[in-house]
Design a protein around this ligand. Structure first.
Ligand code: SF4
Length: 137
């Protein structure tokens, strides 16, 4: 699956849950997206739930912002750097790079920023913050 496909599919799943939560306030919605609650109520939301594993080793992992508004990607490549194709970057310069002979990818495995409640509260409008993530549209 390409990242574009994943993002589109994830957007649909996220939207369907949000439609069930229209009577909750922002803090209640953020609480609802807590990893433990989501694993119980929406096991289909993430393949990691089935194995009780997490994308980041952190307490109180929140799944509201699976993906990150600072992430940029293009499945066809963003730019060429030192003869290698750059497929993804962080606009804040956070995280690390995963580099192979032909490709450079953003590696966010040590960055927990979008999974913290404070960050989510400050960037709650999912539609708005994710509109720039795709670099190919
Ligand atoms: S934030 Fe991590 S655990 Fe939660 S849905 Fe996304 S990948 Fe799965």
């Amino acid at each position: 699956m390409t990242y574009a496909n994943w993002l589109n599919t994830h957007f649909i799943k996220h939207k369907a849950i949000m439609e069930q939560l229209v009577y909750k306030n922002i803090d209640e919605i953020i609480e609802y997206f807590d990893y433990e609650n989501m694993r119980l109520k929406h096991p289909e939301f993430c393949p990691l739930y089935a194995t009780n594993s997490k994308c980041h080793y952190m307490k109180n992992l929140n799944c509201y912002m699976c993906g990150c508004p600072y992430f940029r990607f293009n499945d066809d490549g963003i730019e060429t750097k030192e003869n290698r194709m750059v497929y993804s970057i962080c606009t804040k310069g956070l995280g690390e790079l995963f580099e192979s002979e032909n490709a450079i990818h953003q590696d966010c495995s040590n960055c927990i920023l979008p999974h913290t409640k404070d960050f989510i509260r400050n960037h709650f409008n999912w539609n708005e913050i994710f509109c720039d993530v795709r670099n190919d549209v």
